[in-house]
Design a binder for this molecule. Sequence first.
Ligand code: ZN
Length: 428
Amino acid sequence: MTDFTIEGKIYHNGTFEHACLSIKQGKIVAIKKTLKSDTHLNVGTNLILPAGIDLHVHFRDPGFTQKEDFLTGSTAAAFGGISCICDMPNTQPQTTSTQTLKEKLQLASQKSYVDFGLFAGINDENIGRLSEFSSLCAGYKIFLGSSTHSLHLSPQNLRVALVETNRTKKLTLLHAEDEHCLKQHQDHEHSLIDHLRCRSAECEETAVQMILQNTHDLTSLIHICHLSSCEGFEVLRKRPHNVSVGVTPHHLFFDVQTIDKNQPFYKVNPPIRSSFDKETLWYGVNNHFIDIVESDHAPHTLDEKTVDFDNAPSGMPGVETLYPLLLMAMKKDLLSLDTLLSLLCEKPAQLLHLPKGKIEVGWDADFIVVDLKKIQPIVADQLHSKCGWTAYEGFPAMFPSMVFIRGEKVIEDNQILIKKGFGTSVGG
Ligand SMILES: [Zn+2]
């Protein structure tokens, strides 16, 4: 790792300024108008922005590596300007014990290009033993409703689980769909309309209410993943400040009125809902209600997704297109750069207590170089997930031309410049 200086248009303290960063041992050690060093990189009028952090990905490793693995998933993350990901526990075996966390940590350490945190799953069997493996994970994940390959915690065990994670002081992520409600509405699904009816907003609302009832006196950080409905939004208006809320790009960019209702590519959990729900989420983004954007990158192979609607698994890829789509949304004035950087960089770093997500002295030198005039369409063939497809085919986006992680140039000119295994664990 060489020390260097980089000069360009830097976004710092809420404004753009032409300035230089000095990078030593992977950290930003100075930000000044002019700085000199033996290795000086001038990126001209290009922007230097903090790299993104994706708190919610499914890299499918181990167990479902026909869909993705840490090598391909982290390649996709790096090309998309993401320096750190958090992997969810619904792999095979599920990451619910010391043993399985250690095994996954080893896989990720050998293969990942980007930094990573692992989330441990909580089910009815392992509550009571959660603190045993808290040093191995970045936090815990609870699925209140079942989803593709998910694990399940019964509602009567939610309180015990949350009291236990509160003791570990770790972040707890929740998939908020109520299982009882999902079961009540379960039916054969022919299209997205059926999927929407079977996983109604009521199921999200019930789960969110249950979470708030069980966390009112707890102090550790609780995060509601992928909010999707107005109903869920309303309940969360009165949430305490240790409860944060995330939204996915697919719930921001798609609604059932305007997409092909028979296309299983769009089958995700919770479902893509109405334009009214979508507008509510944008309102939340622009009014400091939504804390983070998370991709919920959930790849499945084309073969798995191109079957009849009912048999198609839920989930779509998204880690590589997350930042490029949001930069494009900023260009279209859908959100400000301040909001974008808070959602994708600063807040996720805060939730994980990481010195990342900001161009700041003392912080990790994780940043991207991007030219806001260089807009290109998203093309599945040019993306790096193993699954080989995207629901955003043809969408205009802005991909970074360079990506740095802990002071190391990871991406330049569509090439990956580091060895696999460069990524390190941020958990524990
Ligand atoms: Zn997920």
